[in-house]
Design a protein. Structure first.
Length: 112
């Protein structure tokens, strides 16, 4: 087993789990309106109702994409990346997939 692939994969598994864990209270509607945590776009501050609707959606999207990042990491743990730096680079960029649910949440907020 390649140590480089194992480390890159473990990094993504941990990052995906972290994103999932941070998103869970949002998806459950347990985070009240604040300026530090949640989907903080103009539309979410228009009312308590919109805050919860937008943040539940954003939390679910973050959970889905956190699980995808973790799955990519799990696959990466079994790939030999020792001599394939381009593949290692792609795996280390996987946490940037968190930008997808961020963009989806902004688009959703515009319609809400």
């Amino acid at each position: 087993m390649d140590v480089t692939g194992l480390a890159a994969g473990l990094f993504n598994v941990l990052m995906g789990a972290l994103v999932f864990a941070v998103a869970l209270p949002l998806a459950q509607g347990k985070v009240g309106m604040n300026h530090w945590y949640g989907v903080r776009v103009r539309q979410s501050f228009e009312s308590e109702e919109k805050w919860y609707i937008i943040n539940r959606y954003g939390g679910r999207q973050l959970m889905i994409w956190g699980a995808i990042i973790a799955a990519i990491g799990a696959v990466g743990m079994f790939i030999d990346m020792g001599e394939r730096m381009e593949l290692l680079f792609l795996f280390l960029l996987a946490p940037l997939l968190v930008l997808v649910p961020a963009a989806l949440s902004v688009l959703y907020a515009r319609r809400a």
